[in-house]
Structures are given as structure tokens and as C-alpha cells.
Design a protein. Sequence first.
Length: 476
Amino acid sequence: MSTSLFDIVLEYIDLIFLLFSSVLFCLFVFMGYFSTRSSIHYKNKNSFGDLSKVMASPIAPSITIIAPAYNESLTIVENIRSLLSLKYVNYEVMVVNDGSKDDTLQKMIEAYDLIKVAREIDPNWKSKPIRGVYKSKQLSFSKLTVIDKENGGKSDALNTGIFLSENRYVGCIDVDCLLRPDALLHVVKSFSQRTKKKVIAVGGVIRVANSCTISGGTLEKVKLPKNWLARFQLLEYTRSFLLGRMAWGRIDSLLIISGAFGFFDREIAVAIDGYDTGTVGEDMEMVFRMRRYMHERKEPYTIEYIPDSLCWTEVPEDLNILVNQRDRWARGNLETLYKHKDMLFNSKFGRLGLISYPYWFFYEWLAPLLEFFGFFTIIYFWYLGIINWSFFIALTAAIYVFSITFSFYAILWDVYTYNEYKKTKDILLLMLCAIIEPFVFHPILVYSAVRGNYKKLFRVKSGWGSQVRKGFAKAA
């Protein structure tokens, strides 16, 4: 009797894994379909004509680019120079020195001839104390504003910038990101092209700049990363941004905008009190609250997503730094999902509650945990001699082939649409990454997610962590 009951339990476990895998297969197929449709629609609708008129217009919507800086003295001068060279008229670059312990502030003062200026500051605004506001004495650097404040973390620095900005839109980026010269033109058009819905935020694809040639803060030549860890991340970013987030944007269910490149309607950002400084997943959590804010007021709105290669950033090439980064992402994901748990299967939030939130809950949060514990369950079943080998091998092979196929599609679709990597050798190397990724890179991500969830669930103290960047290659 007990053996029969045990067999029934095993059959149910097999059925659960089969259903879970089948649902994921269907989701990814639909994701590929919707992202393809979205990219084609974007290419047909959003091709710019004569951009010079837009760039020269004094009535163009105003934007403040907010870039938090903490101990960035090695690259801060060049990074600011890159931001000041964008092809747009009505914008401001606001660098927030978040209590750097090195000479970041002094480097900026010397390079851009900065002086402290008077600025009215609301003492009730929730951020760490501001020590000073700086502007340049030179007219050529009039777009630059530097805020010096006590250390409070990235989200606190961004909130400071959001509050002090007086422009219509705010862009929150990483200070070491390289933006394409016409990036703001694409952003402004995305904010302005809707007539029936209010665009509350605009996100975009993040590209990997490791090993690329950079000169004077400008991307001169795109190269495939030499580091294998960076190559795996490039493949992951291509799938996530060009297919995943484009698909969610297509059905107006996008729940995250990357902290490296996100633009927001300042009025809505201020209305929700900016970023939540109590979470390490501040970028995702802010989008949740902005959407809730608009849903509760029953105002028509949307979030736009740009597939163009507008933002390039350096990814970790050190294993420990990568694990710490993904550990933090997992903690931020869990914090946000828990904080907004009432959205799960809640028809009040439409597709967000019925499709998007469940996806994040079951795939982004639960799937890595199932993989981790499923691995040890398989070993235990093998030890007991009760594993159904035919079912296990068939399901594993199906998942492996499907994952490779999806990665191949992402690579080839990227080549067809944007063709950043033109060498056949580079494409073949990315395909090789796709073939070995499930055995080499994916286990690292699963481990990082499990560690992050463990820390959060058992309240293990863990800070933001840091990324030691190697810096971009200079043009010869």
C-alpha cells in the first residue's frame, strides 16, 4: 500500500515538472513572437527623418540625466564629458556625488571649473543631507550640475536628483554608462508619440561594452568581449532585453526598467516619492509603484521600450562580483514581489496581475529554487533507485534543445535587426556560448539566486556590494 502511494506521489511530481516546463515553453514561444512583432513595428514606426530640427528646437521637452557617483575618480571626468556631448538642446546633466571617499568631487571641480552655488532645498525631502550644489563658471559646461551629499546609496542619490530637477523628464543612469549621441532624441520621441495614453516611463536595451573601443567618452568600435564570463552575460542580455522585455512591452505589461537606462515622467516619480531606499531592487520596485499609482487613478498610461542600442555598460568579468550582483538582484526581486504580493492573480491590475506578475513569481523567483532543489531530488531518487530515467532524459533533452534554440533565435534576430557584431567568428562564438551555457553559466545564476533568497528569507545582513570595473579600452 505504501509503495503504491509512493508511486502515485512520484507520478504527480513528474506531472508537475512536465506542466511547469510546458508552460514555460509556451511562454517563451509567445515571447519570441511578440518581441519580433514589436521590433518590426518599432523599426517601421520610429525611423527618424531630419534630426537636426529636433536637436535645435528650444521648445523640445526638458530632460535631466541623473548619474549617481561613488568613488568614481578614475573615470568620472571622461564619463561626464560623454554625457555633455549628447545631441540634444534642452537637457541637464546632474551628477550626484554620493559621499565618495576618494577625490571624485575634486576631480570634477578641477576639470569643469566648478563653484558652489546657492540652491533652495526642502528640508523635509527624504534623502541624506546635501553638502553643496556646484555649477561651472564656463558657459560650455552650463548643462552640468554637481550635487555633493552624504552617502545614502544609489536610490537615495537618484531621489536627490529627482527632487532638485526642474525638468519635465528625468533619466536615471549609471555614471559609467555610455549613451549614444542621439539617445535623448529616441527617448523624447517615445514620450511624445502617444496621444491617448500618458507615457510614464521609457526603458531601453542595455549593451555590453567590455572590450569595445572607447575614445573621448564615445563608442568607436563594437567588439565581442574577450572574457568568457562577459560573453555569457552578453548572450543573456540579448535574450532578456531584445526578446524578453520587448515582448512584455508589446503587451503593455513591462514590470522592470533597468537602472542603467531608465527615463521617467518627473511628475509621476515625485508623486510616488521616488525610489524606495529600503530595497536593493529599487528600479523594479519603482516601476511597480508607478503602475499602481496610475491603475488606482484609472488613468490611461503606458511604458515604452526602445530596442535601439542607446546605452552601453561594462559587465562583471570577475566571478565573485557577478555572484554578488545576481545575489542582490534576487534579493531585490523577492523584496518587490513580496511588497506587491496583492497583485498576484488580481484582475484589478489587468494583465499585470494576471500575466506579468505571475510570470515574475513563477519563473524569475520560483524557477531557480525548483532547479536547485530538483537537482538534489534527482540525486536522492537515483540513490533510492526510483528515478524514471526515460522521462528524466526526455524532459532534460527537450529543455536543453529548446533553450539553445531560443538563444540561437535571439542571436540571429539581433544580427538581422541591429547587426552590432558583424564578424562571422563573433556570431559563432556566441552560438558556442549558447550551447555550453546551461552547463557553465546557468548554474552560477541559479546558485546566486538561491543565495540571495536565502539571505533575504533568513535575514542575513548583506550590503549593496561593489563592482570593480576595469575601464573601457581606448582607441589606438
